[in-house]
Ligand binder design. Structure first.
Ligand code: SAM
Length: 276
């Protein structure tokens, strides 16, 4: 066993295990359950994160078939089934880093919002936020997201929509101070939508992507520059950082950048002033 993650609570948790080929599943499961009495199910990773919903294939190697849990991080609760939705407990610190940047009165759009963990992290950390909107395409994730907003009593701060960002976001054009894009594999094809969602005066976009170890950020910055240039815009990079290893030689990264919004008249081909 190389590593395992625990998702859940003191009463009921699921262990997610990465195992070498040929390792004894039963022995590994027994060891984890012996030292972690709250672990009621053990899931072995059997695929990469895949598909539009960014879920992983798991094999239940021990314990209860019901793998729905309530996970706590930074004072909020998250109900989820790791077999149905994307969720990584390892990204809790990164969520706080985003949440810490949000200022009072901001309106924030979280694309690809999953079980609403980023909207909830933001609304908890910055109670003066005007509103956080989330868009998610996986119906199971959306269902958990709605429940999580209820559990954390944040319905007055968070609005969620089920659907494809590309279709749904149109009604949000020009409305946001900040857009979060937590889809490392593929967020680039939504950059035009994100820029269009910013208020005319501009705002900040948190763009997640993958970077090669030898040159972590150049290709992501180039993707952003090319997309925004096509819209006659300019960007100012505010921050770049690596989040977690993604695959051998590859990291999940985030680029925070600032750009101007789009005048009401046109979505593309607009003339944009350079940002300071
Ligand atoms: N933000 C969540 C988090 O941090 O846990 C989920 C991140 S997960 C990497 C990406 C999410 O985007 C998945 O839940 C997936 O279903 C959703 N997604 C993928 N393509 C989408 C699209 N076109 N529109 C809306 N959601 C999408």
């Amino acid at each position: 066993m190389t590593a395992f993650d625990l998702i859940g609570s003191k009463e009921k948790a699921v262990a997610i295990v990465e195992m070498e080929e040929g390792e004894d599943e039963k022995a590994v499961a027994e060891k984890i359950m012996k030292f972690n009495k709250n672990v009621k199910s053990i899931l072995k990773k059997i695929s990469e994160i895949k598909g539009e919903f960014r879920t992983r294939g798991y094999k239940l190697i021990a314990g209860n078939e019901n793998t729905e849990v309530v996970h706590r991080e930074y004072g909020y609760l998250l109900k989820l089934d790791p077999r149905k939705v994307y969720f990584s407990p390892r990204e809790a610190t990164e969520r706080q880093r985003i949440a810490e940047q949000v200022k009072a009165k901001e309106t924030v759009l979280v694309m690809f919002s999953g079980i609403a963990v980023v909207p909830i992290a933001i609304a908890k950390k910055q109670p003066e936020v005007e509103k956080v909107h989330g868009i998610e395409i996986n119906p199971d994730a959306h269902k958990y997201a709605e429940e999580n907003v209820r559990i954390n009593k944040l319905a007055h701060k968070i609005a969620l929509v089920k659907g494809d960002v590309r279709e749904v976001a149109r009604k949000y054009f020009g409305k946001f101070d900040r857009v979060v894009m937590p889809l490392p594999l593929g967020a680039e094809s939504f950059l035009d939508v994100a820029v269009n969602c910013l208020k005319k005066k501009g705002g900040v976009i948190h763009f997640y992507n993958l970077g090669r170890e030898e040159d972590l950020y150049s290709s992501a910055v180039k993707l952003i520059e090319e997309s925004v240039e096509k819209m006659n815009g300019k960007i100012k990079v505010l921050n770049k950082r690596k989040i977690l290893p993604y695959a051998p030689g590859k990291w999940k990264i985030c680029i925070d950048f600032k750009t101007a919004g789009v005048p009401k008249s046109g979505l593309r081909g607009r003339l944009q002033k350079p940002v300071d």
